[in-house]
Design a protein around this ligand. Structure first.
Ligand code: ADP
Ligand code: GLC
Length: 519
């Protein structure tokens, strides 16, 4: 819903080193005397993201883009900028036009709308129907193909952020810091740098493998200066990388777990950027701040569940299991129920799950799978279910209610990711008493205690995975042990509090550094 008239903007809120030889990746923010103090000034921060779970999401980035700004708002005036996809424009919250931005090169003119979510979060919506008003996901058509003009679509997003930071477009709210997320927002710090803005920028890597790489021939239409095409800029093997732009031009880089922050400086995980990131780490400019999960993840009160349950109420959990079996047309069984709740993409190691599925079924287990993604992976999952009727059930697609019911009803979550920057599903599962069987990598390594709250395995191989599964089967047969592990997993302190303080400190440090630099 967009209000036709250009309305006057009303302010709803009153926004009252380098050098470690061995980088410390766990929230390394080294700023003498720049700690965030409770009660200190609320900073104005613009989050730039391509998805937000309240309106549209394809994975964990959407969850974080919703939960983190809400958690940060205790300390700072955080607002979000996202493109005006149909899911955003057609939502129930009204949108008031608060600004207009001119076109540049091939980037069309657009309007800025303001939407206030019922919980008070302010969202700035980039309204440009020719770029964003299309049926599909934020990145492509429903057939999985990326939009051919994504370089224009997300350059427009980055430029809009830079223009708002420059105080242009009559938005009447100028951020003191811009926090950009993943490659779709990578050009925000870049345009700000090229325009000579002193506003500090933070770039968060949620997934290094998605880079937004385009032909260097696009420079003129994107208004990218020629000097950006260098190794220290956004050049990547002769092309333009939006992700590298975010890395190269931001004041600081974070990623979403300490282990992934370290992994991405190695050739195995660095996606060709390990050298670049290693040098940032050496300068103290790369750190890991783990994601959390929001308060809605409470099995005793979650409205998505028909059968709410609490710790030690294993009958309640069993009722959820029965519901999942019915939903996936699985036979009644007292064996373990495994869940897959995942984007169906290479990262998630689903081919490994295909490799152990027979073993799971032969041991008396069942598998319920929900997700969507690459067409071949979707088909492989459908075929798997056809081979094991009553034992393996698949729903291609995604909805939050089914996903939550699966976390609540399953005994184990399968998450054999090849890499996992943070991972939220394993935290959701633990909170609902489903023990993850997961690869020992990234955020999975940081949030699962092997043999205590889940089962980790080291190698991306069926053998290594099967060994962890054999431990899961063993525990399932020992109910006291299973329930003890469930209790421990359900009480893990996964919340946003642990992330809020390091982000708040980092925001404050970056704003203060930028202020000193101006003198
Ligand atoms: P990733 O972001 O890599 O997919 P995470 O574990 O961080 O992994 O986040 C997964 C989030 O996305 C969870 O909220 C999960 O329920 C949700 N999700 C999983 N599969 C899909 C899908 N196909 N479409 C939309 N959301 C999904
Ligand atoms: C990405 C990562 C995932 C992470 C999420 C949110 O999608 O794949 O590991 O949890 O972003 O940060």
């Amino acid at each position: 819903m967009i209000s036709a008239a250009v309305e006057p903007h009303v302010e709803l809120f009153n926004p009252n080193t380098r050098e470690p030889q061995v980088p410390d990746f766990a929230t390394t923010v080294k700023a003498p005397g720049t700690q965030h103090r409770p009660g200190s000034q609320k900073r104005k921060v613009l989050f730039v993201t391509s998805e937000i779970a309240d309106l549209v999401k394809t994975g964990g980035l959407g969850d974080v883009s919703s939960a983190l700004p809400k958690a940060m708002r205790q300390l700072h005036d955080v607002r979000v900028l996202i493109p005006g996809y149909p899911q955003v424009l057609d939502s129930d919250s009204p949108i008031h036009i608060v600004g207009e931005l001119p076109g540049h090169a091939a980037l069309p003119a657009c309007k800025i709308g303001r939407m206030d979510l019922t919980d008070g979060l302010v969202i700035y919506v980039l309204i440009c129907p020719e770029l964003y008003q299309r049926e599909g996901t934020p990145y492509g058509a429903n057939n999985g193909r990326d939009w051919p003009d994504n370089h224009i679509r997300f350059a427009r997003l980055g430029l809009a952020a830079a223009e708002i930071a420059a105080g242009e477009g009559m938005v009447h709210w100028t951020p003191e810091l811009v926090h950009a997320h993943d490659w779709p927002a990578g050009l925000a710090p870049a345009y700000m740098h090229w325009r000579g803005l002193s506003t500090p920028t933070l770039f968060t890597i949620h997934n290094l493998a998605y880079q937004g790489v385009y032909s260097r021939g696009s420079c003129p239409e994107l208004a990218i200066p020629a000097h950006a095409l260098q190794q220290e800029g956004m050049e990547f093997y002769g092309k333009l990388s939006y992700l590298k732009a975010g890395l190269a031009y931001s004041s600081h880089i974070t990623t979403v777990s300490a282990t992934y922050a370290q992994e991405i400086t190695t050739p195995d995980f660095g996606c060709g950027l390990d050298g670049f990131l290693g040098s940032k780490a050496q300068q103290g400019l790369l750190s890991g701040i783990p994601n959390g999960i929001d308060e809605s993840w409470d099995s005793a009160t979650d409205k998505h569940l028909v059968h709410n349950f609490s710790i030690n109420d294993w009958e309640g959990k069993a009722r959820n299991a029965q519901q999942v079996r019915e939903l996936f047309e699985l036979e009644p069984s007292s064996g373990p129920l495994f869940a897959v709740v995942s984007r169906l993409v290479y990262q998630k190691g689903l081919d490994l799950t295909l490799g152990v599925a027979e073993y799971i079924v032969n041991q008396g287990g069942q598998i319920a799978i929900i997700g969507r993604g690459e067409p071949e992976e979707e088909q492989a999952m459908r075929d798997l279910a056809l081979r094991h009727p009553g034992k393996i059930g698949v729903r291609i697609g995604f909805n939050e209610t089914d996903a939550r019911r699966m976390f609540a009803g399953s005994d184990f979550l399968l998450m054999p990711s090849r890499y996992e920057p943070c991972g939220l599903s394993q935290m959701y599962a633990q909170r609902f008493g489903s023990l993850p069987v997961a690869r020992n990598t990234g955020g999975l390594a940081d949030t699962i205690e092997n043999g205590v709250t889940g089962f980790l395995f080291d190698e991306s191989t069926v053998d290594s995975y099967r060994e962890a599964l054999s431990r899961a089967f063993y525990v399932h047969a020992k109910k006291d042990l299973l329930n003890a592990m469930r209790c421990l997993s359900m009480t893990q302190p996964f919340n946003w509090c642990q992330a809020v303080e390091p982000y708040a400190r980092l925001y404050e440090e970056l704003v203060q550094q930028a202020q000193y630099a101006r003198y």
